[in-house]
Design a protein around this ligand. Structure first.
Ligand SMILES: NC(=O)c1ccc[n+]([C@@H]2O[C@H](COP(=O)([O-])OP(=O)(O)OC[C@H]3O[C@@H](n4cnc5c(N)ncnc54)[C@H](OP(=O)(O)O)[C@@H]3O)[C@@H](O)[C@H]2O)c1
Length: 338
């Protein structure tokens, strides 16, 4: 039984984290919920008991063994080391430490043993990256992935609670026939648009979100030579990210072989019956923990390339589920020494 703190408990990921700890019956001796002064004093219900959210403060980590953190990166940069110095292991959802060489970046279906290299902080990858590497892993093990071309269709909840609220407010205004409120979370109105910009642009013409997919994929898969060509797009969908992926492998993989590999892979569900119009959809993947793949087909030109469609719940497997799975794996791999 462990002493646990959930940091960012009032946020979109934090809320899922709380539900997942309940659903998965995580072994908890005590739990505390932390956020900013804005949410301090609000209550959350956990296993039937009401808890008050407390503001982040150094003493909040006293006696805590595992911290599940989902705050903005700037907040994590300041507070995750404080929690680690107080003796806790932090599983951090933000981008603050993902590319630090001494911080493991973990997807339990792909590189679980990297957890053992932690020095107090374990990073949870970007949501678009997690679902892609879960799908790529069995193909990589069988035939070595060389190149990936990916276009994402990312839901507004990927931008947190404010992203969800922005789409809701624009939809309500449209329903009433009123002018939509000006966008604040997204660079343009999200209702009625697919916005080909997530996070800021870099001088190369790629966005930071796109470069997270490139760099995090290589780190998690442990192969710096994998080429990733991403385009990240925000779409007016509340939950779940969808991705169109072309993957090139060292040796050709047939559609049948890929389907069989995915059917056996942990965390992957194949939904692929085009004649029955069955393929992964955001509405059916929402609130699930798996990564769903379908529309599996050969490339028209290259024998060693496959295309597929991949959907997963960004707040669950893309964030909270992966973080709780890391914490579970940590207890399994290093039962005494948390
Ligand atoms: N949304 C996703 O799909 C997703 C997926 C993977 C990773 N992530 C990452 O997870 C993190 C959280 O994302 P989210 O979507 O849950 O965002 P969110 O809905 O905006 O929630 C942010 C949380 O951080 C807390 N927070 C903000 N500033 C704080 C401060 N100064 N001190 C203490 N707590 C503070 C907020 O508390 P208050 O309510 O008090 O402001 C809230 O609980 C981000 O780093 C994000 O990049 C998100």
């Amino acid at each position: 039984m462990r002493h646990v703190a959930v940091v960012g408990a009032s946020g979109a990921v934090g809320e899922r984290m709380i539900r997942l700890l309940e659903e998965r019956e995580f072994p908890i001796a005590s739990i505390r919920f932390l956020a900013s002064e804005r949410s301090a004093g609000k209550t959350v219900t956990f296993r039937g008991e009401s808890h008050t959210i407390r503001p982040l403060a150094p003493e909040a980590f006293e006696g805590v063994e595992i911290v599940l953190s989902s705050t903005p990166a700037s907040v994590s940069r300041e507070w995750s080391p404080v929690a680690a110095r107080a003796g806790a292991v932090v599983v951090d959802n933000s981008s603050a430490f993902r590319m630090e060489p001494d911080v493991p970046l973990v997807v339990p279906e792909v590189n679980p043993r990297d957890i053992l290299k932690h020095r107090g902080i374990i990073a949870n990858p970007n949501c678009s990256t997690i679902q892609m590497v879960v799908a790529l892993k069995p193909l990589h093990d069988a035939a070595r992935v060389r190149r990936v071309v990916v276009s994402t269709y990312q839901s507004v909840s990927g931008a947190g609670q404010k992203g969800i609220t922005e789409l809701d407010r624009q939809s309500e205004a449209a329903y009433r026939g009123e002018a939509p409120p000006s966008p604040s979370k997204f660079p343009h109105p999200i209702l009625g648009n697919c916005i080909p910009q997530i996070d800021d642009f870099l001088p190369t013409g790629y966005t930071k979100e796109e470069m997270k997919m490139v760099n995090e994929t290589r780190k998690i898969m442990g192969d710096p030579t994998i080429e990733v060509s991403p385009t990240c797009v925000r779409v007016p969908v509340p939950f779940c990210h969808s991705e169109s992926i072309l993957v090139e492998t060292e040796r050709p993989i047939s559609v049948e072989e890929a389907r069989a590999l995915w059917a056996d892979a942990p965390g992957v569900t194949v939904v692929d019956d085009p004649l029955a119009r069955a393929y992964p959809l955001a509405t059916t993947a929402a609130e699930k923990d798996d990564v769903f793949v379908g529309r599996i087909r050969p490339d028209l030109g290259r024998p060693n390339a496959l295309l597929f469609w991949c959907v997963s719940d960004n707040l669950r497997k893309g964030a909270a589920t992966n973080a709780v799975q890391i914490a579970e794996k940590l207890l399994e791999l290093a039962p005494v020494e948390v």
